[in-house]
Each structure stands twice: as structure tokens, then as C-alpha cells.
Design a protein around this ligand. Sequence first.
Ligand code: 2IT
Length: 445
Amino acid sequence: MRIDSILSSLEAKHPGEAEFLQAVKEVLVSIEQVYNQHPEFEKARIIERLVEPDRIFTFKIPWVDDRGEVQINIGYRVQFNNAIGPYKGGLRFHASVNLSTLKFLGFEQTFKNALTTLPMGGAKGGSDFSPKGKSNAEIMRFCQAFMLELWRNIGPDTDVPAGDIGVGTREIGYLYGMYKKLARENTGTFTGKGLEYGGSLIRPEATGFGALYFVNRMLETKNLNIVGKTVAISGFGNVAWGAVTKATQLGAKVVTISGPDGYIYDPDGISGDKIEYMLELRESGEDIVEPYAQKYPKSTFYAGKKPWEQKVDIALPCAIQNELNREDAQKLFENGVTCVAEVSNMGCTAEAVDFFIEKQVLFAPGKAVNAGGVATSGLEMSQNAMHLQWSAEEVDKRLHDIMTNIHAQCLQYGKADNDYINYVKGANVAGFMKVAHAMMAQGII
Ligand code: 2IT
């Protein structure tokens, strides 16, 4: 495989897609060795076919704000790869959304979904619409306008969207409501739905819960236990909330959360009503964490800073891509961090990942660690198809088993001779092999 020539031809075709190229490069470097052992992959141009999405929908979303003014956003759906099942992946509503971000997310999703063991292909979508400071009515009108365009291109067996940053249960409700009205069917084309209309128990918690189940498996490889460990978490949205909840339940002490305004350090640990308060912070729609320090005066707010400067045992980026860079990685390492697990997609820069691997820090990538979210979406699809609802215990047990299985796949492909587990390589190779074999079996399409 000629990684450099594949990357430079991609760069020439799609200039300026930095995040996408970063994600592709990471996968190509990981799989190079095994790919070279399979000349049939090269002959079928598997890599060249994998790095182009099957198709991309781009559309205009005009809507009217509360002042009566017309707003225009751009909407996207990147249907990346459906070799192993219907396109599946979230929608992100955030000011930073562009095609490069959604292509990187759709590409990652393809391998992540393969790791879950469930039959789901990869997709991602969203808009540069920022929900920050928008009224409920504005959010509803925007979601409806978004769906007016997208509805024809999705369906329960073709493409099943879900939430991501800026898209939670409320947005899914508005999106799904409009979808149903237009498509005149009620088969659960979205996941992350409310419990009353086809949603799955545990789905809201699943990304964070699954991440902690995975972290537990990572610690076990070093005969370590999570009880009593201090944890730094970034973000304060749905994913961070699930991670704080499960880490605390398992006996760890979470000392930080963060927002775009800075981070909170709480030496007593973020537990009990403080976890509930995270939901209040989120619902305020202001996108800031500073009020936490006013409500809980023993904690400190650090304006404009990231939590990685604190001394902790475990670091869990739960906010957005590239939120932890090489300098942050160095600080964590110097402070004796034991385990770093990306809960956000591509939470660490490439340089930070290289640094952790070079220093043989216990480190795992988002496509393995956070796969519990989409896995539980897959379980929601199963329940919808069967027209029934499983108990929380049933879903949680399946989630737990899936995360254990993903960890085993990472070990199978990522364990080096010196016993260091390269989870990046393990996850990429395991995901790639499944997708590649499925593509080979189905011919040139
Ligand atoms: O990044 C992700 O895996 C998600 N946002 C969840 C996708 C899904 O379809 O549940």
C-alpha cells in the first residue's frame, strides 16, 4: 500500500479536509501491514473504494427565527459505507460542522459499527446550525426544515440517523415527528427516540456506560481496579453525563467537567445531585459550565482552560474532536496518568495519540471506547423491528457484552510482542477486516 500517494490523491481531490485526512491516515497506518498480506484487497482497490463515501447529500435549510427573520443553514448526510448493514450514524448540529468533519465522522463510524458486531454500515450528517441560545420553537422549526429535505433518503433498512453533539432526545423527537408525517410509516427510522415512542432504555446513558465498561477491561489488563481512581472528564453533555454517572457508580471519583468557557475542578467529586445538575446546565442552552462553581463553592472554575492540566489517574475526553493535543498529553503523562480513553470521536490529535503510544500509556481510540452508543442504537433497531421493548437490565447486559467483545477484538489485532496493547491498531484492523471481507464478498459495487 502506498499510504502517501493515497493521501495525496485524496488531498488533491478534496482540498482542505484536514479532519477527514487525519482520520484516514490513522486507519491506513494501522492496517498497512495486514493489508499488504492480502493482495486480493489491493486488486479490488478496497482502500480507494473505502475512502470515498458512497454518496453525500447537501441541502439548504431555510427557516424563520423568533424575530421573523429568515435564517439559512446547510444540511448534510454522508452515507459512507453500507457493506455490513444499513447506513447508521448520528446527526451533529454545531457551528463548526462542515463536510470534512462529517466525512471523518462517517469514515470512523464505518469501522466503529463493524466493531459492535451488529449489522450496521457507517454514516454521519448534520448542520452548521448552532442550538446555542435558540428557543424551543426555533429548534423545532429548524428540525422540521432539516427533515423536509432529508426524509426521502433515509428509512429503517436504508439509513438510520441518531443524535450527536447538539442533537438529543428533544431534537430527535422533532426530527422523527416530521419524518413520520412525510414518510407515513412508523418503523423507527431514528434511534435515540423517547421511551414512549420506540426508544430504548439505556440509550441515553449508553455511550458513557459503554466507555466505562471498556475502561474497566483496559485496567484489568494491568491488574488495576477503577475503585478510588480520580478521573478527568471534558464536556458536560449527554456523553459526559453518562460517563460521570457510571464512573461514580463503579467507585471512581470524577473531579472535572468542562464547557467552551473553561473547566470545573471539584475536589470532592462530581456525584449525586451534582450529576443531576449537569442536566440542568445543559438544558439552560447557554453552553457554559461556570455556574457549577457558584452552586458548589468548594469547586473552582478555570476560565478558558482544559482539564488535562490536573493530576488524575484516568482522562476521558468526552467533548469534541482534537480536544486533547500533544502538550496536554505530555502534562497528563508527567502527572502520572494511568489510562486515557477517547470517548469523543477522535478526541486526541494525531500527535497526542503518537505520544501516548510512544510512552506506552494505556490508551484507546474513540471508535472502540464510545461504540456503546451506536451499539445500543443497534439494539433499539432490533427492538423496533420486533415491536417490543427490552428491560434496562437486558439492554445493559447486551451493551456490557458488546464492549467486552470489542475489547477482545482490540487485543486480538493490537497486542504487540512486548505485550503493549496498541488499541488504535487493534480497533482499526478489526474493523477494517470485517468491512473489507464484506466488500469483497459483494463484488464491485
Ligand atoms: O458517534 C456516534 O457513534 C454517535 N453519535 C451515535 C450514532 C448512533 O447512530 O447512535
